[in-house]
Design a binder for this molecule. Structure first.
Ligand SMILES: Cc1cc2nc3c(=O)[nH]c(=O)nc-3n(C[C@H](O)[C@H](O)[C@H](O)COP(=O)(O)O)c2cc1C
Length: 199
């Protein structure tokens, strides 16, 4: 196995917020992405996830409206002003959106010892797998959560007792995806606060 591929991919995946219109995915590409998601670790292998594949322009338009409403809500509550200028045109440009949804009742045994987030943790791992798979297939992706979940549940008929991990926007990137840097890792040795020698 060539391990360098994974490390390359991890660098290559960057949040894409501009997509080429009309570059839709083949059905087998959609399935490859979803099946990659399903390989994620998850508590008790309960596989809490389900997926809503969204391709219709009408649904994407409604999702975009939910995004615009979320922007408005942030501004009305005195949130950061830059939100007003943050373009979410990509919500209609991307040919494919996959909503990753989890059933919180499938989160393993965590509820018995104050760890209620098992399904969300699994759904997040699933989402990351999907993004890396889409990157491998040559697509740009964005994990998007800038919406009121109640509004998106209504649009996609997602039951109230399920949680949305995010909307995954997928498509051919338009232009270079801007790189994003990471700060030096904060690592402790044996005890939180005790510096780890990073060599
Ligand atoms: C849970 C989660 C929610 C996110 N929600 C949004 C979002 O609503 N809008 C957006 O533009 N990016 C969103 N992102 C992407 C982050 O902004 C992005 O991952 C971060 O800035 C690092 O950039 P990179 O992905 O290019 O490395 C989200 C990422 C995660 C993990």
């Amino acid at each position: 196995m060539d391990y360098s591929t994974l490390f390359f991919l991890l660098q290559e995946r960057r949040s894409c917020r501009s997509f080429q219109p009309g570059q839709s995915l083949e059905p087998d590409e959609v399935m490859m992405i979803i099946k990659a998601g399903q390989q994620a670790p998850n508590p008790l292998n309960q596989q809490p996830w389900s997926f809503v594949v969204i391709t219709s322009p009408e649904a994407r338009k409604k999702l975009r409206q939910a995004g615009e409403q979320a922007k408005q809500a942030v501004l009305e509550q005195g949130g950061p002003g830059w939100v007003g200028g943050f373009s979410i045109d990509f919500m209609e440009e991307a040919p494919l959106v996959i909503a990753v949804v989890v059933d919180p009742r499938k989160g393993g045994l965590g509820e018995y010892f104050n760890q209620p987030l098992g399904s969300v943790q699994a759904g997040s791992a699933c989402m990351q797998n999907m993004m890396l798979a889409a990157t491998t297939l040559g697509f740009g992706t964005l994990w998007f959560t800038f919406f009121d979940p109640a509004a998106v549940k209504l649009i996609l008929s997602i039951p109230d007792d399920h949680e949305i991990i995010g909307l995954l926007f997928v498509g051919k990137a338009s232009g270079e995806i801007p790189s994003s840097r990471r700060r030096d890792p904060v690592i402790y040795a044996d005890s939180f606060g005790v510096e780890y020698d990073q060599g």
